[in-house]
Design a protein around this ligand. Structure first.
Ligand code: SF4
Length: 488
């Protein structure tokens, strides 16, 4: 940076590390995604004439994620009409190539068939969202030559869409203008694996991503969840004869013992989702086997409700050097505790900070739905204040009776989305954070009609849950109780 400043006969004034920074002298300043959050970088960048990305190879960055996140940030600044210099950099060419591929040229290509081992019952699927199998697990002898996987790979490379496998990404995300798993995960993985072009996919000899659904052992009962993911919900439905909407999923467990521990290394990833993986003996057992085999540098990531971590669990994860815990937070304080029955906001935030203090990375997973779509800004404002560097992932609730897109009080939703857009966390480099909020906002500003049958289904089901749990919606989310007037 100092050299660049000299070349322009000016000076480098040094590092910017405060989000409120205002430049007061001509010349160069520098900063990074490690020094300021994404949202802060966007707002600071807009106070400058031009933002320059230094042209350095990925190997010279402290982490592939920083390189990739900075490239995406420059793309965002470009979209906001900020003057930028980075397109001529030779080191961004490969990310430009992949970005053009997945966002513009090829609406089918996804990295998962090359890297993701996801078993549901006896079958392998492209990912946890893909509903039909690719092959029976016991027929796949070779990851690189299996004919069923290669058929999918070939079609994707040719740009032929696979709605049987991938309609979730096409319909739930891309058609709504929301960044999909296909797009987000591909961009992450090509940077992680340092792939230049699709020709480099041939170098991948074994699964690099194990997406493991560990079953429905759970310690809470979220109102948006089903017996397939939380056994206590199944027991409650049975005990109290609750009439449910039509849950389609059945319990389907991935085989942890199919993870080839010997092939794990720093560019591979194991992701546990539940249920609640942190309480599952089989997860702990797997982690202990990894410790015994001295395989602790792979990327270990888990979805968690953050309700309780045992000492045994905390001690075990302390051996792993590359972790991320994705905390589910579906609202601020009482909204979260109502939706996520059995959760306690204060305890979850304490646990989140505990893991952070022990060196683990944290992200937030939020599901916009009918419970929180009028108050989501309160969660965003909290995150802005307390956890500004956290990455927020958004997954829209797709149950029709809990949909984020079926609240009758549209002005309240619009107001909440506008407030979300004022926060820094809205710009977080998480999957679908900005695009998810933008799509909800676009939906409600387009004068949508509320589906009253789905709204009635919501109240019918939620009232039964309130009855058996001894709660009252009006005590937690009064504006949602008001929506009942539309079905009277
Ligand atoms: S396109 Fe979407 S649904 Fe298909 S494999 Fe990729 S992430 Fe899964």
């Amino acid at each position: 940076m100092t050299e660049l400043a000299k070349e322009s006969s000016t000076v480098n004034h040094g590092l910017i590390s405060q989000p409120e920074f205002i430049p007061d002298q001509p010349g160069y300043y520098h900063t990074t995604v490690m020094d300021l959050s994404w949202g802060a970088l966007i707002s600071v960048a807009q106070k400058f004439d031009t933002v320059v990305l230094l042209d350095q190879p990925q190997s010279e960055w402290s982490h592939w994620k920083c390189f990739q996140a900075t490239f995406k940030l420059m793309q965002k600044l470009e979209e906001l009409d900020q003057a930028t210099v980075f397109r001529t950099n030779k080191n961004v060419k490969k990310l430009e190539y992949w970005s053009n591929l997945v966002f513009k040229e090829n609406k089918s290509f996804c990295i998962y068939p090359w890297i993701n081992y996801h078993q549901k019952g006896k079958n392998l699927h492209l990912c946890s969202r893909s509903s039909i199998p690719v092959a029976a697990a016991d027929t796949v002898q070779s990851w690189t030559t299996d004919k069923n996987y290669n058929r999918v790979r070939t079609k994707m490379l040719q740009g032929e869409q696979l709605p049987d496998h991938c309609s979730f990404c096409y319909d739930q995300y891309e058609k709504q203008g929301i960044e999909s798993y296909r797009q987000f995960e591909t961009m992450d993985w090509v940077a992680k694996l340092d792939l230049d072009t699709v020709d480099d996919l041939d170098k991948i000899q074994h699964p690099h991503f194990y997406e493991i659904h560990t079953g429905n052992n759970c310690n809470i009962k979220c109102r948006g969840c089903t017996p397939a993911f939380s056994a206590p919900i199944g027991r409650e439905i049975k005990k109290f004869n609750i009439i449910t909407p039509s849950f389609k999923e059945t319990v389907s467990v991935s085989a942890i013992d199919k993870i080839n521990i010997d092939t794990l290394h720093e560019k591979t990833s194991v992701y546990f989702q539940g249920g609640e993986p942190t309480i599952m003996p089989e997860v702990l057992n797997f982690l202990k086997q990894c410790i015994e085999k001295n395989k602790t540098d792979f990327f270990l990531t888990m979805a968690t409700n953050g309700v309780k971590f045992s000492d045994n669990f905390l001690e075990t994860i302390s051996h792993f050097s590359n972790t991320n815990f994705s905390f589910s937070l579906d609202g601020y304080k009482r909204v979260n505790d109502y939706w996520r029955s059995g959760s306690s906001w204060n305890k979850v935030i304490d646990n989140l900070k505990l893991l952070q203090s022990q060196g683990h990375a944290i992200s937030i997973n939020t599901v916009p739905g009918i419970y929180n779509v009028t108050n989501l800004h309160q969660l965003f404002e909290f995150l802005d204040q307390e956890l500004p560097f956290t990455t927020v992932y958004i997954q829209l609730n797709w149950w029709p009776w809990q949909s984020a897109l079926n609240h009758p009080l549209k002005d309240l939703v619009i107001e909440s989305m506008q407030k979300c857009m004022q926060t820094s966390i809205y710009h977080s480099n998480g999957k679908s954070c900005k695009s998810g909020i933008d799509s909800i906002y676009a939906h409600y500003t387009n004068d949508p009609k509320c589906n009253l049958k789905d709204l009635k289904d919501f109240f019918d089901y939620n009232d039964q849950l309130d009855r058996v749990r001894g709660t009252k919606l009006a005590d937690y989310i009064p504006e949602l109780e008001l929506a009942r007037n539309y079905i009277k």
